[in-house]
Design a protein around this ligand. Structure first.
Ligand code: AMP
Ligand code: MG
Length: 495
């Protein structure tokens, strides 16, 4: 007798369970794509075994060579069906037809808990949507995405994840010659505002409805039976984005390229290019080298999310009501609730950062007065909140400022209205105010060692520190320090 399960396990020892629902959607939404055949020899740089476990995948059964071949797209997992997704996007405000120019979706893998997740290669060669690009990616930016996405995950912020980075053994040419690399990204899905914009631009109303229904079933299944499901869908996406952007603001995360093609309908943070965490508190902080106007500055992120949601709402108009005027009125009314929604998430988060379990009318002013002082004194965003969480008057000259002292007294008075024991309040604060964030100078140091000297030790240390961001230890103390001197750091996208 043949043991079928054993045969299957033999052929698929890693444990892939592909169910490629996206590639069963109308062909307008994607194009078949194959990872480029490599002449170089791929090598594993990093594998995320912890994530693999969560996905029900066993990477340990493969030799390092086999893993490199797999994650370089040279030996596709059984059951995968590679495609490039079509999408459009407003980039810095201007509309463009795009699509996966350097990414390939292998399909959706079903996790042990039954969730479908996209498995995507980034940097695996040209597709039908590559335009003038080479379809490739360099090692530094792929490792950067790995670091930041795993840091976001550890902070508890919805995000795509990173399963592997391999070098391709082939160079990519940017300003200089760099090592080519491929990132394997795991996401709830890669459906973006731009995916809807793509069909809307083609005035393809019937496929738009198919896409909306698919997305509702995949991400918001509880809405499928709602009589106003497209409006409810819009509201749910808006709610998830408001919650997400509030989380970004609360940890000082700056995405850098909030184009509509980089806004996921699932509510996950996606596409870590020129992103970074703010050091000193300055709402106009921009890191992206090409964002001259500061469109995507820290302080603009909430408003840009609303702008992107307006573009999303426009795509849904034909589904909201038979008459356009009526649809516009419905969408406008819904979108108008975003500022309040965002502020609720943000203020709830800020209250938690200050140890306030209850709500009082003066809380917003209390928060704003702290932020005003932080901006004036150029205080480090992360460390200020962490210092406040330490159950004692924060030490150091900075905090001797009479303005801070006055604020601190107000805050202590406000804290005295809370009923829970003060020790619990400070412990709760330490569970929401991270000690360790991926600071640019530490990220760059780890990337430089990996890129220039094949030295992965700094990368692994940094990842270990970032895995427990709410804990402090003498070993990881240096990761709490802001950079010394100038903080006019720039990150580059599209590399
Ligand atoms: P991103 O900046 O990664 O969000 O990419 C924006 C758009 O440009 C997407 O459609 C990408 O697929 C495309 N793109 C970025 N880099 C490349 C590249 N090297 N080759 C082809 N397409 C690219
Ligand atoms: Mg993108």
């Amino acid at each position: 007798m043949v043991n079928l399960e054993a045969v299957v396990a033999d052929q698929n020892p890693v444990g892939w369970r592909f169910d490629n629902t996206y590639s069963r959607l109308p062909e307008a939404l994607f194009a078949p794509a194959k990872p480029a055949a490599l002449v170089g020899s791929p090598r594993v740089v990093i594998l995320n075994h912890r994530l693999a476990d969560e996905l029900g995948l066993d990477l340990g059964v493969m030799s390092s060579e086999a893993a490199a071949t797999l994650f370089a797209g040279q030996d596709l997992p059984s059951g995968s069906q590679p495609i490039a997704q079509a999408y459009a996007g407003h980039q810095y405000g201007g509309f463009t037809m795009l699509g996966d120019g350097r990414a390939i979706l292998l399909g959706e893998h079903r996790t042990p808990s039954g969730q479908l997740v996209d498995i995507q290669f980034k940097g695996s060669g040209r597709t039908q949507f590559s335009r003038r690009g080479d379809g490739r990616a360099a090692l530094g930016p792929m490792l950067r995405e790995y670091i930041i996405s795993e840091a976001m995950y550890a902070l508890g912020i919805p995000t795509t994840r990173s399963l592997a980075v391999v070098t391709t053994g082939e160079p990519v040419y940017r300003e200089t010659r760099l090592q080519g690399a491929i990132l394997t990204r795991v996401a709830a899905s890669h459906i973006r505002v731009g995916t809807f914009e793509y069909l809307a631009a083609k005035q393809d109303e019937s496929n738009l409805r198919v896409l909306a229904d698919y997305t509702i079933n995949r991400h918001y299944p509880e809405l499928a039976v709602s009589p106003h499901r497209y409006l409810e869908f819009f509201r749910a996406v808006m709610d998830h984005q408001a919650a997400l952007i509030a989380r970004w603001q609360l940890v000082g995360f700056i995405h850098g390229v909030m184009n509509t093609d980089n806004m996921a309908i699932s509510g996950e943070s996606i596409d870590y290019g020129p992103c970074a965490f703010m050091n000193a508190y300055r709402p106009d902080t921009v890191f992206s080298s090409i964002d001259h106007a500061g469109r995507y500055a820290y302080g603009n992120q909430p408003a840009i999310a609303q702008w992107n949601l307006a573009r999303f709402a426009e795509t849904l108009l034909p589904l909201l009501a038979p008459q356009q005027a009526e649809a516009v009125a419905i969408a406008t009314e819904a979108l108008g609730q975003y500022p309040t929604l965002f502020e609720q998430y943000w203020l709830t988060g800020m209250r938690a950062k200050l140890g306030l379990q209850t709500a009082e009318p003066g809380d917003l002013e209390l928060v704003q007065s702290l932020l005003t002082w932080m901006q004036k004194s150029q205080s480090d965003f992360t460390n200020t909140f962490r210092d406040l969480s330490e159950a004692k008057s924060p030490p150091g000259n900075r905090y001797q400022d009479p303005d801070f002292q006055a604020w601190y007294a107000d805050w202590q008075r406000r804290l005295s209205h809370e009923t829970q024991p003060i020790a619990l309040t400070y412990a709760a604060m330490r569970s929401v105010n991270p000690a360790i964030i991926p600071r640019n100078h530490r990220v760059e140091e780890a990337l430089a060692a990996a890129e220039n000297h094949n030295d992965l030790s700094l990368l692994h240390r940094l990842l270990a520190a970032l895995a427990t961001p709410y804990e402090t230890s003498p070993d990881f103390a240096k990761y709490q320090e802001p950079p010394s001197g100038d903080d006019s750091y720039r990150t580059f996208c599209g590399t």
